[in-house]
Design a protein around this ligand. Sequence first.
Ligand code: FES
Length: 105
Amino acid sequence: MDSLASASSRFVLVCQHRSCARNQSADVLAAFQALAPEGVLVAATDCMGQCASGPTVQVAPEGIWYCRVTAKDVAEIVEQHLGQQQPVQRLLHPRFHFQWQGEVE
Ligand code: FES
């Protein structure tokens, strides 16, 4: 089953708790609400436990976490991730999505 291909049961969760709110997560939420395609539910959440790297966004059910998201990033996430099923690598939360950046010896 390809969960990325199923848009009808997808959610974008945007933290609105203290640390994220101090970093303009309300603007991030508003941008997702304006741009998310039909069938994708956008919801505000309480703290998701990633306060030091907010604003925190999670796309479900695939469980992709984004960190330090700004309102300017939202169009890219919507187009690339929600539209083309390709998560935006540069915004992935490294705690959940380890990316090897060095060279293999
Ligand atoms: S305040 Fe947003 S993850 Fe904790």
